[in-house]
Design a protein around this ligand. Structure first.
Ligand code: C2E
Ligand code: MG
Ligand code: MG
Length: 745
């Protein structure tokens, strides 16, 4: 059965018993004992007592004077009136409570009324059993009165509180005992005090005269007022104490909240700090990674490689000699960048990195040193041959065409291999040796070269020249020599080729064949050429002023591929002409065939601009490059210079002249003029004349000479074609070779 149902049944039973008690009381009431004054007193008491209450400190209950009236009714007028009075008084109290806005539980009103009626009924039943109890009893012996009232109070309290405890227990699901202790026990005072007061009132009314009654009432009124005041004070003190307690609790709670808040903030702070530390750790790791990696290819970088080499050197030669360092250089990478753009260039580098990773082992270290240079440490090999076979494998992989964004790109590379040796003290030393080996591979035009110690000294000289060349102009070590160009038909002088000479303050003469490629590599060729242009133009302008016969002379200046690709060329040429006053037609620029064909479209464009200035153009060393005839046709050149190797190869009897003949007729067909360089013998001269070659240049006429010597020859109006008597020729011509018998020559 549900608790709700049980509760309803319980309330129903109590209500029925209460009603029965009430009806029983009404039926059995002895009306003869009731005078009008008694009835009025009772009715007045009904209203007064229900209002006359004293709330008990620390309890939900209060002292009601209704109990006093109930017990008084018992001993004075009998139990029936007590039941009626109790029932009515509870009913009126409930009405007052409802009007006072008091919220009562469901069924609380009928239950309260019924349970009071019923418990008073039970008390009445016990009252009838008591000796010396009943209407009209005087209770002369005080103990009898106390016993009767005591029993009444206990019975009334026990049943009333029991009914209430069961009611609350069914409602709240707590045990009857718990509810009795919690809600009902404290109300025992109301019955005990009520019984006490009823006894006093009974005694006073029975035995007291008017005066005694008045004094007693007055004392009671004062005591009541005092008691009320005292109770109020106690309640106030309790209230204050409770308030203080509440405030204390509130402060403690606020403090606890504050502490909690602090703890929360601290936790947040710690979490944030942890997050920051984590971020910092992460960014430190990122930074460390970035410091040792190349961000384009994600390969380790130079710094990483140096660290690793350092470690190997520390391990000692026993371990290190099983390791080999490879230096890789992509040979045509600059062209890829220039012609296809940096985006494709970058992509090629990424693919190179990928291919390297694929064709090597995990334990090998691959690093990008910068630009198109890579280095590899091959781990734990048994011999140099094993290193070589790795190098060839890399070569095969990296020279496969690259297909990027629809472009099929071919790239060549040079690989230098360096083993560890005891002369390498720093990581840079072994890297330099591998670099040297790579350079000798480049020079010999082979794919793989192994380092040897002779190349190291050559390389170190190279490095020195590279450094010294930067200061050569400032130190006045450069000069220009002039080699005449002669008309093969009439033998007259048509111009000169300006050839750069470097007289190193310590090393002596350094060959252009050695320092020009170095200056092209480093880029110093551009300032050098500017100097040459200025020097050559001003020199020819001076010579033009010597004689009217020199007005048509032309000075040729060699222009490197690096300068040709640079936008400054036109400006530099124009500047040299402007500064020296030389007419543009008196200047000729020589571009080697291989340079011209390297990026033919761009060359055509630049040379057209040069040609627009009025400056003449010559294709130098013709026959050594691989000219495309269609490009040759479009190049705006004036002269074609046959490389001296073709002239040199012409034998004493005129054999091997086929190529010369072809070049001459090709030039004629293109309606250009042709120059042969390197003419050393009269045989060569006569053959070239027979072939119809227009001009010649060579030791047979003159070696390149310093300006002063050339000027002397100009003043002397030298006959350039050789004297048929060779003895007299060697007497007359100053020899440049004898001037520079040096190992750099
Ligand atoms: P090149 O422009 O082909 O110059 C001709 C070279 O042939 C010169 O060598 C010259 O001395 C040499 N020569 C001339 N006639 C004969 C001969 O009958 N027999 C022999 N064996 N050699 C002869 P040089 O002066 O040593 O120059 C070498 C190269 O260096 C030049 O070849 C040129 O490519 C480059 N060069 C020289 N000066 C300059 C310069 O100012 N700028 C640039 N970019 N390159 C220069
Ligand atoms: Mg030349
Ligand atoms: Mg040449």
């Amino acid at each position: 059965m549900s608790r709700e149902k049980l509760f309803n049944i319980y309330v129903g039973v109590i209500s029925a018993c209460g009603l029965a008690s009430f009806l029983f009381a009404v039926a059995n009431l002895d009306t003869s004992i009731l005078s009008l004054s008694t009835v009025l007193l009772m009715v007045a008491a009904l209203f007064v007592t229900s209002r006359l209450t004293l709330s008990l400190p620390h309890s939900n209950s209060y002292l009601s004077f209704a109990d006093t009236m109930i017990f008084f009714a018992f001993i004075k007028y009998g139990g029936e009136l007590a039941i009626i009075f109790a029932t009515l008084e509870v009913s009126i109290s409930c009405i007052f409570l409802i009007y006072g806005g008091f919220q009562l539980r469901k069924l609380a009103i009928p239950f309260n009324i019924a349970s009071t009626a019923f418990s008073t009924g039970i008390t009445y039943f016990v009252f009838t059993l008591l000796p010396h109890a009943g209407i009209g009893t005087n209770y002369g012996i005080a103990s009898e009165l106390i016993t009767v009232l005591g029993v009444l109070a206990i019975v009334q309290f026990v049943f009333l509180s029991l009914f209430a405890a069961v009611f609350y227990s069914l409602k709240s699901e707590n045990s009857v005992w718990t509810m009795w202790k919690k809600v009902c026990f404290s109300s025992s005072m109301t019955q005990i005090a009520g019984a006490g007061l009823a006894g006093i009132a009974f005694k006073l009314i029975n035995y007291g005269d008017f005066l005694t009654l008045s004094v007693a009432l007055a004392i009671f009124a004062i005591a009541y007022a005092n008691y009320r005041q005292m109770i109020r004070n106690i309640n106030e003190s309790i209230e204050q104490a409770e308030q203080a307690e509440r405030e204390k609790t509130e402060i403690a709670r606020a403090k606890a909240e504050e502490v909690e808040e602090h703890a929360r903030q601290l936790k947040n702070l710690l979490e944030k700090e942890e997050e920051i530390t984590r971020d910092l750790r992460q960014s430190k790791q990122d930074l460390e990674y970035a410091a040792f990696h190349d961000n384009l290819t994600d390969l380790p970088n130079r710094a990483y490689l140096i660290e690793r080499l350092n470690l190997l050197l520390q391990l000692g030669s026993e371990v290190a000699r099983r390791y080999y360092v490879l230096f890789l250089d992509l040979s045509r990478f600059k062209n890829i960048n220039d012609s296809l753009g940096h985006t494709i260039g970058d992509e090629v580098l990424r693919v190179v990195a990928l291919r390297l990773r694929r064709c090597l082992r995990d334990e090998d270290t691959i690093a990008r040193l910068g630009g198109d240079e890579f280095a590899i440490i091959l781990n734990d090999l048994s011999s140099i041959n094993e290193a070589k076979s790795y190098a060839f494998r890399i070569y095969d992989h990296l020279t496969q065409p690259y297909v990027i964004q629809g472009n099929k790109i071919f790239s060549d590379l040079y690989i230098g291999i360096a083993p560890f040796d005891h002369e390498q003290l720093k990581p840079e030393d072994i890297l330099r040796d591998a670099d040297i080996a790579m350079h000798s591979a480049k020079e010999e035009n082979i794919s793989v070269a192994v380092f040897d110690k002779q190349t190291r000294s050559k390389y170190l000289e190279h490095i020195r020249l590279e450094g010294d060349l930067r200061y050569a102009i400032e130190k006045n070590e450069l000069s220009l020599h002039y080699q005449p160009l002669i008309s093969l038909k009439g033998g007259e002088l048509v111009g000169f080729e300006g050839l750069l000479r470097w007289h190193h303050s310590e090393l002596g003469f350094v060959s252009p064949g050695l320092f020009i490629p170095i200056s092209e590599d480093t880029g110093s060729i551009i300032p050098l050429t500017k100097w040459v242009l200025r020097e050559a133009c001003s020199q020819l302008q001076r010579w033009r002023e010597i004689s009217n016969e020199h007005q048509d002379l032309v000075i040729s200046v060699n222009i490197s591929g690096r300068h040709l690709a640079d936008k400054s060329l036109i400006y530099d040429v124009q500047e040299a002409l402007d500064e020296t006053g030389l007419p543009a037609r008196s200047l000729k620029l020589e571009i080697t065939e291989s340079t011209a064909m390297d990026n033919a479209e761009r060359t055509i464009e630049t040379l057209n601009e040069v040609s627009d200035l009025g400056v003449k153009l010559s294709i130098d060393d013709f026959g050594t490059g691989y000219s495309s005839l269609s490009y040759l046709h479009r190049l705006p050149f004036d002269t074609l210079k046959i490389d001296r190797s073709f002239v040199l190869n012409v034998g004493e009897n005129g054999e091997d002249s086929g190529i010369l003949q072809t070049i001459v007729s090709l030039t004629k067909n293109l309606k250009k003029e042709v120059v042969a360089e390197g003419i050393e013998t009269e045989k060569q001269l006569s053959l070239l004349r027979d072939l119809g070659c227009d001009y010649g240049q060579g030791y047979l006429f003159s070696k390149p000479l310093p300006s002063a010597e050339m000027e002397t020859l100009l003043y002397q109006k030298k006959a350039w074609l050789p004297d048929p008597d060779p003895a007299s020729e060697s007497d007359r011509l100053p020899s440049e070779i004898s001037e520079i018998p040096h190992r750099y020559a």
